[in-house]
Design a protein around this ligand. Structure first.
Ligand code: NAD
Length: 458
């Protein structure tokens, strides 16, 4: 458990050291060193938590974060520059500009499914913007949480950044204190509670929540490639990815072919028995396993999906014959179960998507530009990826975040820096000239003159 003394962090922030470009740079470099030097320890922790492979950990956690740090380091100077604005003639002589200033001491609460990414990617934004930060990793990835806590204490400025380990009680206790910004990643239910707690202190916040991300396949492109990409994205991290395709909407004429290719892809990637594949992780924690086991029992059309409660293993499973009213369509799946719904004409697929809540991501496999335009224009979601999946969230140049029930606010790259900064507007005027016109008594002549000036020169 990292030591947390709110007074120390507050004093550090008040002291001003975290505002310096060199402090921000040194902390980002130190975070990068932690990711490089502790790569093996990090991979071992995630393997112990839910049997995630070292390659997957690199791709989705350490490798991604290192890219995010490099990107921030490259652009930090320009992000920190104030923006000059035009000042209308009647305010001259004057200079107007706005700066992006740190909020102060921020709180980052992360979910367990990508334990490093979901705590450290926001931290990169928080550091880049010059904040002090308290990080609360999820208790459901305990080994990862411990690696983060010991690592950050050793590598980063302890007076400015600290980790608090623990679960619900610790999270609630933290939320009782006042922070200057809260960044939360996790479920909608807890998100609501976090927002209530933030309201008590009038603290601004970002909520990165989940939802059911649809994936539409209209059959106009190469189905084998679509199938391989969908299988990869769905069963990465055993389906426990907030932007994983939750369900498929497939044009009925290509359903059989797509499903055949998907089964082929599952066998290619994970072998005949995915349980023995080193690349197929386990379910993160027991509650999630039990929920999925139940969902599987009411949803599977053909018996025989392998599960193992001892190992928290659930095989990659495609579920056919699903309709929007099926049980599995009523909440986010967050596991390796992939329901397939067929549709007749793209309009029907769009209306299924529109009936659901705003998803974090929307996917479309189609080579038809009209279909691509229609789907993008007639639906809403945090992000979209056409003819591929997940990568909309890995570009440092694209903001990542949700909408409506999938949350609000964004991060990654510049968006992360902006999220953890507030824009402070500064107008610097001269004491002269000081015409009498602005001061009362106005009288009708002065008022007319004022009106003319304001209308013409503003
Ligand atoms: P979780 O159980 O790990 O909880 C998330 C965090 O909330 C943990 O650190 C936990 O300790 C903390 N917490 C628990 N109770 C709390 C409380 N009462 N007050 C404050 N904090 C509390 O993860 P989860 O909630 O099961 O996460 C899974 C959900 O997160 C899914 O819906 C998934 O889609 C979503 N998710 C979203 C993103 C995104 O980027 N938008 C990323 C990953 C996961």
């Amino acid at each position: 458990m990292g030591m947390y003394d709110p007074e120390v962090l507050r004093a550090t922030f008040e002291g001003g050291s975290t505002r310096a470009f060199l402090w921000r740079r040194s902390q980002l470099l130190a975070l990068e060193r932690f990711l490089v030097e502790r790569e093996k320890k990090i991979a071992a922790a995630l393997h112990a938590d839910f049997r995630k492979s070292a390659a997957e950990t690199f791709l989705t956690e350490t490798g991604y974060l290192r890219g995010e740090i490099r990107f921030a380091l490259k652009h930090l100077k320009s992000w920190m520059k104030p923006d000059r604005v035009a000042v209308p003639l009647i305010y001259q002589p004057a200079k107007g500009y706005y700066c992006r200033e740190p909020y102060g001491v921020v709180l980052i609460i992360g979910a367990w499914n990508y334990p490093l990414n979901l705590t450290l990617a926001p931290l990169i934004g928080a550091i880049a913007a010059g904040n002090c930060a308290v990080i609360k990793p999820s208790e459901h990835a305990p080994q990862a949480s411990a690696v983060i806590a010991t690592g950050l204490a050793e590598y980063l400025d302890r007076n400015a950044i600290c980790v608090v380990e623990g679960g619900v009680a610790e999270a609630r206790a933290l939320l009782e204190t006042r922070f200057d910004y809260i960044f939360y990643t996790g479920s909608r239910t807890i998100g609501r509670e976090v927002m209530h707690a933030a309201a008590n202190h009038l603290t601004p916040l970002t909520l990165e929540l989940g939802g059911k991300c649809p994936c539409i396949v209209d059959g106009s492109g190469n189905l084998r490639v679509a199938a391989r990409r969908i299988v990869w994205a769905k069963f990465l991290n055993a389906g426990q990815t907030c932007i994983a395709p939750d369900y498929l909407l497939v044009e009925q004429t290509c359903e059989a072919e797509l499903i055949a290719y998907m089964h082929e892809a599952i066998a290619d990637f994970y072998g005949a028995d995915p349980r023995s594949s080193p690349d197929f992780p386990r379910i993160g924690h027991v509650d999630n396993y039990l929920r999925l086991e139940k969902l599987l029992a009411v949803s599977a059309t053909s018996p025989g999906t392998a599960t193992d409660s001892g190992e928290r293993y659930i095989a990659p499973t495609i579920i056919e014959g699903v309709t929007p009213d099926s049980e599995i369509m009523q909440s986010e799946i967050f596991g390796p179960l992939l329901p397939v719904i067929t549709y007749d004409g793209i309009g029907e697929a769009i209306s299924v998507v529109r009936k659901g809540k705003e998803p974090l991501a929307l996917y479309l496999f189609s080579s038809d530009p009209d279909v691509q335009n229609r789907v993008v224009q007639q639906t809403r979601s945090g992000g979209v990826c056409i003819n591929d999946l997940l990568f909309q969230a890995s570009l440092h140049t694209l903001p990542f975040g949700g909408l409506g029930s999938s949350g609000f606010g964004a991060y990654h790259g510049r968006a992360g820096f902006d999220t953890f900064s507030f824009q402070r507007s500064i107008l610097q005027r001269s004491l002269y000239p000081d015409p009498d016109l602005r001061y009362p008594p106005y009288g009708s002549l002065k008022f007319r003159l004022l009106k003319t000036l304001v209308t013409f020169f503003d």
